[in-house]
Design a binder for this molecule. Structure first.
Ligand code: GUN
Ligand code: ZN
Length: 433
């Protein structure tokens, strides 16, 4: 199949080296779920004269977005105002997550969650799981049914949460092992060891997390790091022998190129150096950091230290699933810092696509429109009469068009989404629309 559309992606090795590449009348030839050819429509058409054609009139066809940090059991807590991290967890979020003990409820929530990702244009994600193994299994199964390339894992904690959410190191090991055997590597599913954060983990639980990674070197790891000053002080009290927050994880062998640490709003220079040396990733979650008042992400310090970072929506502390909105919040966060990085549209698109794919260990598989990549695509086409439609009509060039999309496009601007070449969402396909 050939898609004829206005095509755009971000190419380059990092956010600041990124540049936009695209064709206003482009052609994208998809074969067996992969991009097989791309370029000016007339040339692609000439090379594949027999292929069926679908014309996407208006708007922009982009690589699907890749969310490097989002919580499965938190859709229902989006917008719980007035609290900082630790109070928000205790009063709102952990009680909501306790409901996932009910497997039928968890399965319905898994469907809602995956649908919310897809209709926001997100085609791959690293997802923080539930504390309940049956709920986590339901998420993997619903992702497989949808054809969504999910990377996720059972969230674990054995202190400082709520009793119903606590596990034991032995149980965490057994449940992780069972889920890894059932789901890791099945279709597009991948497993991430997911200790919730140092504050909720005993040394024995962190030891189990490290053991799982040693036993299965191709697993991912995700957790939280340096989000909030009160949290950081509490971690220092719990682990007095550790140099700092990152060192708690480092001592148990959790750092590496497949590790993603969410937030890192308050790192020290030693931590930045260790993150860079271990080639670990940070998931920058700007709407969450503003919503909980956690702070302004020190992007320049990460860039100067050579620490790689991608974007995370961090729903439900994050305020929507759309990585377009998240990219705009990343931009605004930098405007608010004295040492802020002035991010052009290419950098924002790079962060919302290519960075996430690399953070998920899939740098050649997703995040761009080059041949051989998975055909993961989002067609942004504003609804008729919308403000975005009016602004796009006046945009003189791709930078302005993308800037308008970051400012204005949310899930209602997503007209269609393909994952691995399959149309998984089209505006109007759900009855409620
Ligand atoms: N730290 C530990 N758990 C969470 C969570 O659910 N959300 C955020 N933003 N930070 C956390
Ligand atoms: Zn989080």
């Amino acid at each position: 199949m050939i898609l004829r559309a206005s095509l755009l992606h971000a190419v380059g090795e990092g956010p600041l080296e990124a540049r936009l590449e695209g064709w206003s009348d482009g052609g994208l030839f998809i074969e067996s779920g992969r991009i097989a050819d791309v370029g000016p429509f007339a040339e692609v058409r000439a090379r594949h004269p027999e292929a069926p054609l679908r014309r996407l009139e208006g708007g922009l066809l982009l690589p699907g977005f890749v969310d490097a940090h989002v919580h499965f059991p938190q859709t229902g807590v989006i917008g719980a105002l007035g609290l900082d991290l630790l109070d928000w967890l205790e009063r709102v979020t952990l009680p909501a997550e306790a409901r996932f003990a009910d497997e039928a409820y968890a399965r319905r929530e898994a469907q809602t969650f995956l649908r919310a990702l897809v209709r926001s244009g997100t085609t791959r994600a690293l997802v923080f799981g539930s504390h309940f193994a049956p709920a986590q299994a339901a998420l993997f199964e619903e992702a497989a049914a949808l054809g969504f390339p999910l990377t996720s894992g059972l969230a674990t904690g054995d202190r400082n949460l709520r009793p119903e959410l606590h596990t034991t190191p032995e149980r965490a090991y057994a449940e992780n092992r069972a889920l890894i055997e059932r789901y890791h590597g099945q279709g597009g599913l991948r497993y991430a060891v997911t200790p919730r954060f140092a504050l909720a983990a005993s040394e024995a639980l962190l030891e189990v997390s490290g053991a799982l990674l040693r036993e299965h070197p191709d697993l991912h790891l995700q957790t939280h790091l340096n989000e909030n000053p009160r949290e950081i002080e509490a971690v220092a009290r719990l682990f007095p022998a550790a140099h700092d927050y990152l060192d708690v994880y480092d001592r148990f062998g959790l750092l590496g190129p497949r590790a993603v640490f969410a937030h890192d709003v308050h790192p020290n220079p030693r931590e930045l150096e260790r993150l860079a040396a271990s080639a670990a990733w940070v998931a920058h979650c700007p709407s969450s950091n503003a919503f909980l008042g956690s702070g302004l992400f020190p992007m320049r310090a990460h860039l100067e230290a050579g620490v790689r970072f991608a974007l995370g929506s961090d729903v439900g502390a994050g305020t929507r699933f759309s990585l377009l909105g998240e990219a705009m919040d990343a931009y605004k966060t930098q405007r608010l810092r004295a040492d802020g990085v002035n991010l052009p549209a290419a950098a924002l698109l790079w962060l919302a696509t290519r960075a996430g794919a690399a953070a998920l260990g899939q740098p050649g598989e997703a995040g761009g429109l080059e041949p051989d990549r998975s055909a993961d695509l989002v067609w942004l086409r504003p609804p008729p009469g919308s403000t975005l439609e009016a602004v796009l009509a006046q945009a003189d060039g791709p930078d302005r068009a993308l800037g308008a999309a970051f400012a204005l496009a949310r899930e209602d601007a997503v007209a269609a989404v393909w994952i691995r070449g399959r149309l998984v969402y089209q505006r109007g396909m759900l009855q409620a629309e």
